[in-house]
Design a binder for this molecule. Structure first.
Ligand code: FE2
Length: 317
């Protein structure tokens, strides 16, 4: 059901978050999902508009973690202390079969509670593998890597501090080969016949985040909002048009009905993305309607920040 809803989404609607769209509420706000979120995060859970209905094919393959933000540098990789569990999780529902094809999620299990310096992809030793009738010397990381063989409709949950690649390349002869993405790509260029193909059709996967009130999550939320505000790559002509033409904009989960719904489900809403959207509109057009000004003032007053750093309420943003 969610798969066909996702495929029918118009291009402008793909820019919106799931609470604004409301069509995925039976997934996002289901008891099963919220129980899982609370088991990972505690009783207070936070929604901040980080959702995605992704059709990208092939998916973003680079080796990275999503957690960002320190009090000194909003864009820096968040460096966990040993055994610290980062308070933000991504929920992903995949609609293609990644048990037998390339394109599923590759993760480093346990990386979410290991310091960044232990997880750099350049730290590796070389191991010899026999692939087909060839001997290949492959750079092998000093930490475990796992290709998640998700079936259509599977839910995969991963911590935002987990190192991952959004789309692995599966070796036909060994689906569990512990290869880093850059080496997979290198091999694909030279020996494409060794790899399983991507599934037919578009990628079509749903992603949404929940977090726990904390300084670390606060910094991540602000990084995502500021990134949306300032990174020119984010500003497709479509994004600009939707912002300019729509009375409500891309993110409008501040509507009273949505706020009531979230409150009934015990979810705290963070409005940084909507604030960033209004600030972007103001900066790019030099004008805000009285309605937008009132909305901005209301959101700045209501937004519940969990740290004093990098606030969008600061002058200058
Ligand atoms: Fe990512």
């Amino acid at each position: 059901m969610w798969e066909s809803i996702a495929l029918r989404l118009s291009e402008p609607d793909r820019l919106k978050d799931f609470l604004t769209l409301s069509i995925f509420n039976s997934l996002l706000l289901s008891d099963r999902i919220l129980d899982l979120a609370r088991s990972l995060l505690g009783s207070n859970i936070v929604y901040y508009g980080e959702t995605n209905c992704s059709l990208d094919s092939p998916p973003y393959g680079a080796w990275h973690c999503d957690a960002r933000g320190t009090p000194h540098d909003i864009g820096a990789v968040y460096d966990s202390n040993l055994h610290e569990i980062y308070p933000g999780w991504r929920f992903a529902v995949y609609f293609r079969d990644y048990r037998t094809s390339s394109g599923g999620l590759k993760v480093a299990p346990g990386s979410h509670c290991r310091p960044w310096r232990e997880l750099r992809s350049e730290d590796r030793k070389f191991k010899k593998y026999i692939v087909g009738n060839q001997s290949v010397k492959a750079p092998t990381p000093l930490f475990p890597i796992y290709n998640i063989p998700s079936a259509p409709g599977d839910l995969v949950i991963f911590n935002l501090r987990t190192f991952h690649s959004a789309g692995y390349l599966l070796l036909k002869e060994n689906h569990h080969a512990q290869m880093l993405p850059d080496f997979e790509l290198h091999m694909l260029k030279r020996y494409p016949e060794l790899f399983e193909p991507y599934p037919m059709g578009e990628r079509n996967a749903l992603f949404f985040d929940y977090g726990a009130p904390s300084e670390a999550l606060d910094l991540y939320i602000k990084w995502r909002a500021l990134y949306t505000l300032y990174d020119p790559k984010q500003h497709s002509a479509l994004w600009e048009r939707v912002i300019r033409e729509s009375a409500l904009g891309v993110y409008s989960y501040d509507q009273p009905t949505i706020q009531e719904l979230a409150a009934r489900r015990g979810i705290t809403l963070r409005f940084d993305r909507i604030i960033a959207q209004l600030l972007y509109k103001k900066n790019s057009t030099g004008f805000l309607s009285q309605r937008d000004k009132d909305r901005l003032e209301y959101l700045l007053k209501e937004n519940r920040e969990f740290s004093p750093y990098h606030s969008l309420a600061w002058e200058g943003y």
